[in-house]
Write a protein that binds this ligand. Structure first.
Ligand code: E4P
Length: 316
């Protein structure tokens, strides 16, 4: 048994990529995308063909040249459709990061994505709408879940984000490992041999949510090395980039369960309030900076995608 198979005895493995050819090779059950991964898809060799298909489909539907935003949205859904043809489970698609502080705008954007999926004949139970875990994002996810739209609350760097999501009934959360590690390494606050702070963050979130009996699934994300992945075996899900999936499949190192659900706590924690949430994040420079930075980077990549689409339209 290789390491990937050993790991899969305890944890569902998800492919962290939007590249359909990689998904075809790796046969994962599920996949996650984000604006940066999506930009890579459109910058790749097959990106131009994909744009042609999306452009022609929209033009035929509306009998007019489509806008940049229409192409971007349909492009995202088109990639999701192609991924779904190669997997049996769900794919996560992300709401525009620039909306991360506007609850109503995120709800409307998520509804538009779901409608586009329906228009393409996608079974929307196989879609997770990814939303940044700002206070506003979590409120949007609460409402979407109430409407039956399953969400993946992303960019989780702090337990209060995770707890607020669980209390809001969010289907799945993505605590980031590698970006926490990056923050500590960049400041010389982590040295070889010390416990990885990103791994510790997921361990704390796992213990907290399981001890409170929440159903919200925990999917560790953003990995920098194999050790981080192996330290989190037993997490509900792990979304792993193709290069690490290949490494794990080529290795025979044993993978043992590292995370076990603790006993249920005797008392339920009180609801996270907006003030409590903002204060907790304010007191943690890493969580504050990485949440902002994550939103900024995803927003930048959405702008780059819009520029790429505009350049494509200009050549028409
Ligand atoms: C997946 O949901 C995340 O978007 C992804 O794991 C982020 O990884 P990165 O920190 O390597 O960009």
């Amino acid at each position: 048994m290789n390491t990937l198979e050993a790991l899969q005895q305890y944890t569902r493995v998800v492919a962290d990529t939007g590249q359909v050819d990689e998904i075809r090779q790796l046969h994962p059950e599920e996949a996650t995308t984000n604006p940066s991964l999506l930009l890579k898809v459109f910058q790749s060799d097959s990106g131009r063909q994909l744009l042609d298909k999306v452009y022609e489909a929209l033009k035929a539907k509306n009998n007019a040249s489509p806008s940049v935003s229409a192409i971007a949205q349909m492009g995202l859904v088109w990639v999701a459709t192609e991924i779904l043809l190669c997997i049996t489970g769900r794919v996560s698609i992300e709401v525009e990061a620039r909306l991360s502080f506007d609850t109503q705008a995120m709800i409307q954007a998520a509804k538009r994505l779901v409608q586009s999926c329906k228009d393409l004949g996608i079974d929307t139970r196989r879609i997770l709408i990814k939303i940044a875990s700002t206070w506003e994002g979590i409120q949007a996810a609460r409402e979407l879940e109430r409407l039956g739209i399953a969400c993946n609350a992303t960019l989780i760097f702090h337990e209060q984000q995770a707890l607020a999501c669980a209390q809001a009934g969010v289907t799945l959360i993505s605590p980031f490992v590698g970006r926490i590690y990056d923050w500590y390494v960049a400041r010389g606050l982590w040295k070889e041999g010390e416990v990885d702070p990103g791994v510790q963050s997921v361990q704390r979130i796992f213990t907290l949510l399981k001890s409170q009996g929440y159903k919200t699934e925990i999917m560790g994300a953003s990995f920098r090395n194999i050790d981080e992945i192996l330290a989190l075996v037993g997490c509900d899900r792990l979304t792993i980039a193709p290069k690490f999936l290949k490494q794990l499949a080529e290795s025979t190192e044993p993978a043992e369960c590292q995370l076990k659900a603790p006993a249920l706590a005797k008392e339920k924690l009180p609801p996270v309030t907006e003030a409590g949430f903002r204060w907790a994040l304010n007191q943690d420079p890493m969580a504050t900076e990485k949440l902002s930075d994550g939103i900024r980077l995803f927003a930048q990549d959405s702008v780059k995608l819009a520029q790429l689409i505009q350049a494509y339209l200009d050549q028409k």
